[in-house]
Design a protein around this ligand. Structure first.
Ligand SMILES: [Zn+2]
Length: 252
């Protein structure tokens, strides 16, 4: 990485210990950095210096907002590469909004498959409040999908293309990389424990009826209803947390 970046980076002591402790324990994650749990504080601080100025500002602004108010989603357009270039052209034709990738993620527990889930801190708190409120009403909700990086979305697209699926068919089910709500760290796919995941049958469950009535109280909305204008299949399982806070100022 370029050395001159460090002049624009914060003093090392500016990183809050709570952030370093969370990273060290594997409870927090910065997708842009490959940090192994268990690194000591000085190694973590050194790792954080590898963030770009834009990533640093988004992270630092997010941390400040966590103290003062719920953080808003920062705006940063993702760069498409390779196969994703055509996909992004289709995305523009379908008027899909591009979404910023989360800078800081909170561990949100494991699912029935043993997979660790990650969400933006504010979305993780909202999800847990909603899950607990549903539980109190006798409704069990299970998280089966959460943060998925733009790189992972590119991999999924490439794999499906290799297996002979057409781009049009893939993009009715998967968002073009950079246009999925999942890399914001605010989108969740929900299921009923023990029931099949990501099927339209979820629509007929008491859990779905509960979500329709109550999810908005926790900031979650159904992103892709039947006949949605974005050209996606109906996804009764996909909900996204949207903060009412204003967008942060453009970092450029
Ligand atoms: Zn989803």
């Amino acid at each position: 990485m370029k050395r001159q970046r460090s002049r624009r980076q914060p003093q090392r002591t500016q990183w809050p210990d709570s952030l370093l402790r969370g990273l060290r324990a594997g409870k927090l994650r910065i997708p842009a950095l490959k940090l192994r749990p268990g690194l000591n504080f000085s190694q973590l601080r050194e790792g954080l210096r590898r963030l770009s100025p834009e990533q640093y500002q988004a992270l630092s602004a997010g941390l400040q907002r966590q103290v003062q108010q719920p953080p808003a989603v920062s705006v940063r357009r993702q760069r498409a590469t390779g196969d994703a270039l055509l996909a992004s052209q289709i995305a523009r034709l379908r008027c899909l909004p591009a979404h910023p990738e989360a800078v800081l993620l909170d561990a949100a527990g494991r699912d029935r498959f043993g997979r660790q889930h990650w969400l933006q801190p504010v979305a993780r708190r909202a999800w847990e409040s909603m899950r607990d409120a549903a539980k109190a009403d006798g409704i069990s909700l299970e998280l089966v999908s959460s943060f998925r990086s733009v790189i992972d979305q590119n991999r999924i697209l490439a794999r499906k293309l290799r297996h002979g699926q057409s781009l049009q068919d893939i993009l009715r089910v998967n968002a073009p990389p950079g246009y999925s709500e999942h890399h914001t760290g605010c989108a969740i796919d929900l299921a009923v424990p023990g029931e099949p995941v990501l099927t339209e049958a979820f629509e007929g469950s008491p859990a779905f009826a509960w979500l329709l009535r109550h999810a908005s109280r926790f900031g979650f909305r159904l992103s892709y209803p039947r006949n949605n204008p974005f050209g996606f299949v109906y996804e009764p399982w996909h909900w996204c947390y949207r903060t009412a806070a204003p967008e942060p100022p453009d970092v450029n």
